[in-house]
Design a protein around this ligand. Structure first.
Ligand SMILES: Cc1cc2nc3c(=O)[nH]c(=O)nc-3n(C[C@H](O)[C@H](O)[C@H](O)COP(=O)(O)OP(=O)(O)OC[C@H]3O[C@@H](n4cnc5c(N)ncnc54)[C@H](O)[C@@H]3O)c2cc1C
Length: 441
């Protein structure tokens, strides 16, 4: 039970990014008074989409600690050792571990910090306060009625799911984002949902289609994608260097137009593309489905969804092919799964100007002419007239720090170290902070 109301560090969210931060604080800044607030009831990495037998998309040693400290207690290797599975695991010869096992590893690591985490606690508001000695603090309000303050706030809430505006007309009951797919499985099991359209060309989209066709052979599945065909992930070891810590410097230091070129070039390492094993499996499933005349799986590639309308409880998607203005088909389903990714920071349609929880603080942020927040290399947001309070984005900086940031676990440990070092620099500069405050925002 945490009885303090003021902390040096408060972390919002306790997924991999802030678990890695907790580990780094323990190993490199012991004694730091910190608290983590997590809205879920326990650690559950990507609970909304954890399909049986799917594997993780990063090398297992690029875990919560190893790249920063290969001798850490919290490495994946030590997890296997402590669980008495090291030899069996190595003997399996898997390059990527199963996701359920990696989820268990993340939970195992998280449980070491139970005394510093409040689960079932969502942060609902963040404001900036000024003390009577010129210092600034963050005041955090939770849905459990707590009001806390801190010198450093580390936001690791994960990205906001992106759903294309053309799907706005779909009733909420008939639409789910891919990351929350597990929430509708019961409705499929009970027979309430008998047909599903899976929109998008990501690994998640393919995995959802495979799961549906193999687990629920009576359900009709439509894959809908804008690309000519589902694409292979770029897994060249040369492009894989995008997940090197040194690439973060290259990307961060690039001008906006060069960043865009790099993004376009590197997109297929993580987005709108899948690993060969699941693509091959989907192709074979489609082939078998046609051969046996089941007609339960169809793929609509190279199409735009031009409208979505509800006809009673059925969703009708109108599709137009990219190579003809006239060819329109429609697909009628009980449910649409939008496996269409997440919002990055920025002004474009599929982006957002700041994490929704920081909307109140947006007015205090230093911004460029496009209204974009200014994020330091140390993941710290620049605040106007506020040099001594640290507001950090942990796992939300793909726009500024590149592909290895939001969409991947591979750099969480290194990023956590850079945030902790920044907090230590602020601590060294700090004048004593008196908890005598007046509200500023
Ligand atoms: C389905 C899926 C599969 C993925 N698979 C891989 C993979 O195989 N390999 C890989 O490298 N990356 C993968 N990723 C990328 C993923 O972003 C990272 O793996 C990792 O989850 C990022 O960790 P995080 O802590 O930044 O965010 P998250 O894991 O999203 O955690 C954010 C946490 O913040 C909590 N939270 C949110 N809002 C609040 C609030 N207001 N108050 C309190 N708590 C809050 C949430 O409950 C959640 O626990 C996957 C992502 C998804 C969506």
């Amino acid at each position: 039970m945490n009885t303090h109301t003021h902390y040096e560090v408060i972390g919002v969210g306790f997924g991999p990014s802030n678990i890695a931060l907790a580990i780094t604080l323990e190993e490199e800044a012991p004694g730091t008074r910190c608290l983590f607030l997590e809205k879920a009831a326990c650690s559950q990495w990507q609970a909304g989409l954890l399909l049986a037998n799917s594997d993780v998309q990063n090398h297992p040693l690029r875990d919560l600690a190893t790249p920063r400290n290969p001798r850490s207690h919290y490495s994946f290797t030590n997890y296997l050792f402590e669980k008495n599975r090291l030899f069996e695991h190595l003997n399996m010869g898997l390059y990527y571990p199963y996701r359920y096992e990696y989820r268990d590893y993340i939970k195992w690591a998280a449980e070491h910090f139970d005394s510093s985490v409040e689960y079932s606690t969502a942060v609902t508001d963040v404001v900036l306060l000024s003390g009577n000695n010129g210092s600034m603090l963050f005041q955090i309000t939770t849905d459990t009625g707590k009001v806390l303050t801190c010198n450093n706030l580390v936001m690791a809430t994960g990205r906001t799911p992106f759903i294309p505006t053309v799907l706005n007309a779909v009733a909420p009951h008939s639409l789910v984002h891919g990351a929350a797919f597990n929430s509708i499985i019961e409705r499929i099991e009970t027979g309430e949902v008998r047909s599903v359209a899976v929109v998008g060309g990501s690994q998640s989209a393919i995995e959802i289609m495979l799961y549906l066709t193999s687990t629920f052979p009576k359900v009709t599945v439509h894959g809908v994608s804008r690309k000519f065909g589902y694409r292979l992930k770029d897994s060249s070891p040369f492009t894989g260097e995008v997940y090197f810590p040194s690439f973060v410097d290259v990307f961060y230091d690039s001008k906006a137009q060069h960043k865009q070129r790099l993004k376009d070039d590197l997109n297929l390492t993580n987005y709108s593309a899948s690993d060969a094993d699941v693509l091959d499996e989907l192709y074979r499933t489609l082939y078998r489905d046609k051969h046996f005349g089941h007609n339960k799986l169809s793929v609509h590639n190279c199409v735009d969804i031009v409208s979505a309308v509800m006809i009673d409880s059925t969703v009708s998607l109108e599709l137009m092919t990219a190579h003809s203005d006239e060819a329109i088909t429609s697909v009628e389903v009980d449910l649409v799964v939008s496996a269409t990714g997440f919002r990055d920071m920025g002004p474009l349609e599929h982006q957002e100007m700041c994490p929704p929880l920081l909307n109140t603080l947006y007015a205090h942020m230093d911004k460029n002419e496009l209204g974009e927040m200014q994020v330091g290399r140390d993941y710290r947001l620049a605040l106007v007239d506020c040099n001594n309070a640290g507001l950090y984005l942990n796992g939300l900086c793909e726009s500024t720090h590149g592909m290895g940031d939001a969409g991947s676990l591979s750099l969480v440990s290194i990023r956590a170290k850079q945030i902790v070092e920044s907090i230590q620099r602020l601590r060294a500069q700090a004048v004593s902070i008196a908890p005598c405050l007046k509200e500023e925002a």
